[in-house]
Write a protein that binds this ligand. Structure first.
Ligand code: PLP
Length: 371
């Protein structure tokens, strides 16, 4: 028998594999509930925007072709949407793939990487898989990102990469422009800042930091965006990076261009065109999020002021037991012990009836566990 552990890259040997079987079992368990609600992965329960699935269907006759022309059109339309050049847009099959592309582009074994203690889990794993040393910076007391400390640590360890998620997952908290600019001024030379904006589309445009301007100004910034969240296309796997055109060419060495499927590209373009429906969607989700936060408070939990399509809440009981109890009711939420934040759960925002059912179930489940 081949002992794969002696053959795979050394950095991979100690890293735990993703719990695929458990994840599948969890989703299958949910399917046994007639009105189950999957709120644990921040998917968009409102689904794709109107017209998007028709646009996908219309494109499928070309499925026999490699998606060269659709890739080009997608880049052009995303660039127009963002306000940049097509050469600065690098499509990927989901931000997760792009996180890997960025890591492979910059990291060598032994390089230093800096990230916040509490953020999307993948940055640490992907960096460690490239042999990088991962340095975590504690959150502030209110769980916001400590940007000054991230810059200080990046200087101390001569970091190659700093990963920043804004709005941050799992808190839903956002950064402001002034603090961001000071941070950029303070990261060391040759250090790249990756800004994962997976949830940015939930913010009204006037509240976004406009990091595409940092890219255009030649700052060492890479922005990552996805169609999985606001646009409700997680199953199609589509995202893009905004970066300097010379860097985009480098990404194309790691992640082959045209490696994004035709259906996803069509869905992405149609989503951007549906701007009126997107505006209504944003308002609907903002209202549903307020309802969820209110219901959480009434159920005795303490929600954080999220700007995204999920809410983190301190629950005052064992979060894992609470999540298990809710799962019995057909509601999947994220127990945040897994993310290093015991006593908290995170749940996605969904249509109002789902939110009402969730907070009622949460009040019941908390009482059962607390008694
Ligand atoms: C911060 C963040 N980035 C990226 C992703 C994954 O995005 P994608 O579906 O585009 O791979 C997620 C999904 O939960 C996320 O929370």
């Amino acid at each position: 028998m081949t002992d794969w552990n002696t053959i795979v890259a050394p950095a991979l040997r100690e890293l735990p594999p993703f719990p695929v079987a458990e994840t599948i079992a969890e989703v299958q368990g949910l399917a046994t509930h007639e009105d189950g609600a999957k709120l644990n992965w921040n998917e968009n329960l409102f689904g794709p925007l109107p017209g998007v699935l028709d646009a996908v269907t219309a494109e499928l006759a070309d499925a026999w072709l490699y998606p060269v022309a659709p890739y080009d059109t997608f880049r052009a339309e995303v660039a127009a949407h963002v306000g940049t050049e097509p050469g600065c847009i690098f499509p990927g099959h989901g931000t997760q793939a792009l996180i890997g592309t960025v890591a492979s582009t910059f990291l060598q074994p032994g390089d230093a990487v800096v990230l916040p203690e509490l953020t999307f889990y993948l940055y640490a794993g992907v960096s460690a898989a490239r042999g990088a040393d991962v340095h975590r910076v504690p959150m502030r007391d209110d769980l916001s990102l400590d940007l000054p400390e991230l810059a200080v640590r990046a200087r101390d360890v001569e970091a190659r990469l700093v990963w920043v998620c804004d709005p941050n997952n799992p808190t839903g908290l956002t950064l402001d422009r002034e603090a961001w600019e000071v941070f950029l001024d303070n990261v060391p030379d040759r250090c790249v800042v990756v800004a994962d904006e997976a949830y940015i589309d939930y913010l009204p445009s006037e509240r976004r930091l406009g990091r595409e301007r940092d890219v255009a100004a030649g700052r060492p910034v890479v922005v990552l965006r996805t169609f999985s969240k606001f646009y409700g296309l997680a199953g199609l796997r589509l995202g893009y990076a905004i970066a300097d055109a010379a860097l985009v060419d480098r990404f194309g060495v790691i992640e082959e261009p045209f490696n994004v499927n035709l259906a996803a590209l069509a869905a992405g373009r149609a989503s951007l065109r549906a701007s009126e429906a997107a505006g209504r969607r944003r308002e609907e989700i903002t209202d549903a999020r307020a309802l969820l936060a209110e219901g959480l408070q009434q159920a005795g939990a303490e929600p954080y002021p999220s700007q995204a399509n999920f809410v983190l809440a301190r629950v005052g009981v064992d979060d894992v037991a609470l999540a298990d109890e809710l799962a019995r009711d057909g509601i999947l939420v994220r127990a945040c012990s897994e993310l290093g934040l015991p006593g908290h759960i995170r749940m996605a925002v969904g249509p109002k009836p789902v939110m009402e059912r969730t907070t009622a179930a949460l009040a019941r489940a908390s009482a059962v566990i607390g008694s």
